[in-house]
Design a protein around this ligand. Structure first.
Ligand code: 5RP
Length: 219
């Protein structure tokens, strides 16, 4: 089975977590694109969506699902999103697609975070995937120097500007044995908008698509 089939299977399984008449939080990325495709089939059963990126919003609108401003939504029962890496404790690295800030905001609001991923994303410890940091452009060099002091090797994501008008530093070789601590330290650097570690607010449910079938883990 190829990776797209695994992603589709995870996306399909996430439909079981969508309550009737709910506004659904929708993330960003290739796995979520399959989820959006699956949502099309149940769109009459949901009220609409909030989304973590302009790209996902456009895809949702294109299939006729109303997209709400998060500020207009007081209750978000579920948020479905992918991950670049996820541990057995459901801590994640996110932001490979550059949408980490809006992803963290929607995840903060949601009562339940359902992560959909194929088995390649499962890791014992975070850190093989370069850690994305969204950074205010004028702070780029300062943040890079601070990251080096923490043992990381930052690389500017060339030619990429986030939906919020910022830049991304992809940080290699950081020690993420304690992801909560590193998330806190990186988030405290002035000029960092968002750190791509999702450990303080991890996923609540992991739908992992493997060659043997769907595996569900909860926190
Ligand atoms: C985007 C993300 C995505 O969830 C993450 O990159 C996984 O994407 P994909 O499903 O394409 O592997 O964090 O900012």
């Amino acid at each position: 089975m190829n990776q797209d089939k695994l992603k589709l299977a995870a996306a399909r399984a996430a439909l079981d977590y969508i309550p009737q008449d709910a506004i659904v939080g929708v993330g960003t990325g290739s796995t979520v694109n399959f989820f959006i495709q699956e949502l099309a089939g149940i769109k009459s059963r949901i009220e609409g969506a909030v989304s973590s990126s302009e790209t996902s919003s456009n895809r949702l609108k294109a299939i006729g699902i109303p997209v709400y401003d998060l500020n207009a939504v007081s209750d978000l029962p579920v948020y479905v999103d992918g991950a670049d890496e996820i541990t057995p404790h459901l801590a994640m690295i996110k932001g490979g697609g550059g949408a980490l800030t809006r992803e963290k905001i929607v995840a903060a609001v949601a009562r339940q975070f359902v992560c959909i991923a194929d088995e390649k994303k499962r890791v014992p410890v975070l850190g093989n995937f370069p850690l994305p940091l969204e950074v205010i452009p004028m702070a780029r060099s300062y943040v890079a120097r601070e990251v080096v002091r923490l043992g990381g090797q930052p690389v500017l994501r060339e030619g990429f500007i986030t939906d919020n008008g910022n830049v991304i530093l992809d940080v290699h070789h950081l020690n993420l044995q304690d992801p909560v601590e590193m998330e806190t330290r990186l988030s405290c650097i002035t000029g960092v908008v968002t750190c791509g570690i999702f450990a303080r607010r991890p996923a609540d449910v992991l739908i992992l698509s493997t060659l043997q079938g769907i595996q569900i883990s909860t926190r």
